[in-house]
Design a binder for this molecule. Structure first.
Ligand code: UGA
Length: 441
């Protein structure tokens, strides 16, 4: 099939590439000419396992192409995806400006029936707005061309995006048109080979499904962080509690890992946007507010522990930091817990020596060169001249470190484990002080 995708961010680029991989002819549009030129050159702007070779392969075979031109792109697609960003505006609600600009441009150039698919995470009611915007642009041209708007939210995780896209656990299609539903069923058939994972519903329910899924996952994390804070105070170990509750299949082991808070481009933004949506319909979403508040506090947890260790005297100290990205297998620093920790340490007069396998360039882009930040090429190099070590991101490479070496290099051998990667007794046996999240035993 011929597919157009507006937006070559995370969702757009991964979806477009996976659709091309399945044999479709995909044209991706982006307003950023530099980005389009780099993509045509085989340079993928994000770090995502497996994505680069797949982009290259499909581009070279002619199934995947990139352009800045909206008009030929609208003419190309039988299915036109909108996968542009919905950044939060000042009050936390999703800003639909880019989505509606694309809708307008579709209405200006549409020349035959097409299915317009909202892939961006958008507030409930956006499909109606997109439909009205396209209809208005068509009316301004005096054109009468049929089209449908469908909501098809994306559930991919950064770091596993290609895998999630090729093997989705569900494909949500929010549609009130049988014709459009059939077109999408055909497009997604190759992703559904063994059993049908399609869930068809109305557009508003599909839009809400996306927010509900992310809010549910964020709630599980904040809940566990709350239990961790209680565990710390009552002398229990949250890691044992985690295993104790996860064994109940109704609770499950997924997404109950306590830590120094959730980050990324989705959870913080989506929980906030859903809370705002609730407010617009006169509902006070107290649980969502609490999920956010717990997470905000949790991002300050490592600083709190380090500050307490030094009785508040952090000036002149150097903290080695392992992990900068908001989670492993990505270079994404959006809402990363490392940012809060570094900013708090700097404000207290401490220095940071940091290592992350992928996010060093992104850190420099955000903070520039500064005297109180040294980005190291290797995890152990970050320990040189440092007082203590804090772990913020659970990269696999940090899971089984050489504790003897850490102990010998640190001036004040103490590990602040923001992801509960280590067994406290094992670390202490090696002669290091251990601080984790919710490990009050
Ligand atoms: C999240 C969802 O998991 C995806 O299903 C969704 O499609 C995506 O948002 C989106 O809306 O686009 P992502 O933000 O890539 O995906 O990352 P996650 O793996 O969900 O992790 C989010 C944060 O939660 C990370 O900072 C991670 O460290 C933290 N986390 C995760 C915990 O603190 N504890 C856990 O048990 C799990």
């Amino acid at each position: 099939m011929k597919v157009t995708l507006f937006g070559t961010g995370y969702v757009g680029l991964v979806t477009g590439t996976c659709l091309a991989e399945m044999g479709n002819r995909v044209l991706c549009v982006d307003v950023d000419a530099g980005k389009v030129a780099r993509l045509k050159n085989g340079e993928v702007p994000i770090f995502e396992p497996g994505l680069s070779p797949m982009v290259k392969r499909n581009f070279e075979s002619g199934r995947l192409d990139f352009t800045t031109q909206a008009e030929p792109a609208v003419h190309h697609g039988e299915v036109i995806f909108i996968a542009v960003g919905t950044p939060p505006d000042e009050d936390g609600s999703a800003d639909l400006r880019y989505v509606l600009e694309v809708a307008r441009s579709i209405g200006q150039h549409l020349d035959r029936y097409a299915v317009v698919v909202n892939k961006s995470t958008v507030p409930v009611g956006t499909a109606d707005k997109v439909r009205a915007t396209i209809a208005q642009a068509l009316a301004e041209r005096g054109a009468v061309i049929p089209f449908d708007v469908v909501s098809n939210p994306e559930f991919l995780k950064e770091g596993d995006a290609v895998e999630d896209c090729l093997r989705p656990d569900r494909i949500v299609i929010g549609s009130s048109s049988e014709r459009a539903t059939q077109v999408l069923r055909k497009l997604y058939a190759p992703f559904n080979r063994n059993h049908d994972r399609t869930v068809v519903m109305d557009e508003r329910s599909a839009e809400l499904t996306k927010y509900a899924a992310n809010a549910m996952l964020a709630t599980k994390i904040s809940f566990m962080n709350e239990i961790a804070n209680i565990a710390e105070r009552v002398g229990a170990d949250v890691e044992q509690v985690r295993r104790g509750i996860g064994s109940d299949p109704r609770i499950g082991y997924h997404f109950i890992y306590p830590g120094c808070g959730y980050g990324g481009s989705c959870f913080p933004k989506d929980v906030q946007a859903l809370e705002r949506t609730a407010r617009t319909v006169d509902y006070d979403a107290r649980l969502l507010g609490a999920v956010e508040a717990v997470n905000h506090a949790q991002k300050g947890k490592l600083f709190e522990l380090i500050e307490r260790h030094y009785g508040g005297a952090l000036k002149g100290k150097t903290v080695a930091l392992w992990g900068l990205a908001f989670k492993p297998n990505t270079d994404d620093m959006r809402e990363a817990s490392s940012r809060r920790l570094m900013e708090q340490l700097w404000a207290a007069g401490a220095k940071v020596r940091a290592f992350d396998p992928e996010a060093r360039a992104e850190t420099t882009r955000i903070y520039g060169e500064r005297a109180d930040l040294t980005l190291c090429e290797d995890a152990y190099e970050a320990l040189d001249g440092a007082d203590v070590l804090a772990i913020v991101t659970e990269w696999k490479a940090f899971r089984a470190p050489d504790f003897a070496r850490i102990r010998d290099v640190l001036k004040d051998p103490a590990v602040f484990d923001g992801r509960n990667l280590y067994d406290p007794a094992q670390v202490e046996d090696m002669g290091l002080a251990y601080y984790g999240i919710g490990r009050g035993r």
